[in-house]
Design a protein around this ligand. Structure first.
Ligand code: FE2
Length: 204
């Protein structure tokens, strides 16, 4: 049983993300991925696994072992990615911890330049996907990672710190085709640094 959850009401991110967008996004899309995943794994060996256990199988299970394996992984990652997205957003998300702030200043000069760099990097994603702020476990440094469709940095030994959803359903009601404006508003006003601090603390 995969329960989609969002810890704040739909109007919590107004005026940057509307209640209508949040309602559709959570009720139709996030819950839809959860329901589809449940239907796909019902009666299989995956039925009693956690979302992390299913996601961790991606590199180890050969296609053909289960029916609809690509769909299972796509829906599992989309379920996780949306959960991470809700947690990444807040209008009252605090500020980077001293440790994360030092890492940001070392790589980007200061927080404002970090935000502009994130906007510029995320804008380059072609099509639907996710723009992640990550800690690279191999290079031991923070950075950005654009991922198409349901892709996720965990597959590439990168620890997610924050994410912005760049599927059209995340912004089209509010911003129509102006994805850049959505990115600017979310990254400038809605990043949950308390969540990033927690993820960064656990990764280094
Ligand atoms: Fe989404």
């Amino acid at each position: 049983m995969f329960a989609a959850s969002k810890k704040y009401p739909n109007d919590a991110l107004e005026p940057y993300i509307s209640s209508e967008t949040q309602n559709f996004h959570f009720e139709k899309h996030h819950k839809g991925y959860a329901k589809t995943l449940e239907n796909l794994i019902e009666g299989t060996q995956l039925e009693d696994l956690t979302i992390f256990e299913i996601m961790s199988l991606k590199d180890r299970v050969q296609d053909g072992l289960f029916d609809n394996l690509p769909q299972i992984f796509n829906n599992a990652y989309q379920f996780f990615n949306h959960d991470f997205y809700w947690n990444s957003l807040s209008k009252d998300g605090g500020k980077p911890s001293e440790k994360l702030s030092n890492a940001i200043n070392e790589c980007y000069g200061d927080l404002e330049n970090f935000k502009q760099s994130y906007i510029d990097y995320a804008s380059k994603l072609f099509g639907s996907g996710w723009s992640w702020f990550v800690y690279d476990d191999f290079e031991n440094k923070i950075g950005f990672f654009n991922a198409s469709n349901a892709d996720n940095p965990l597959i590439y030994s990168k620890t997610p710190l924050l994410v912005v959803d760049l599927w059209e359903h995340a912004y089209y009601i509010d911003y129509r085709n102006d994805r850049k404006k959505y990115l600017e508003n979310v990254i400038m006003h809605c990043l949950n640094w308390n969540f990033a601090n927690s993820n960064f603390k656990d990764s280094v």
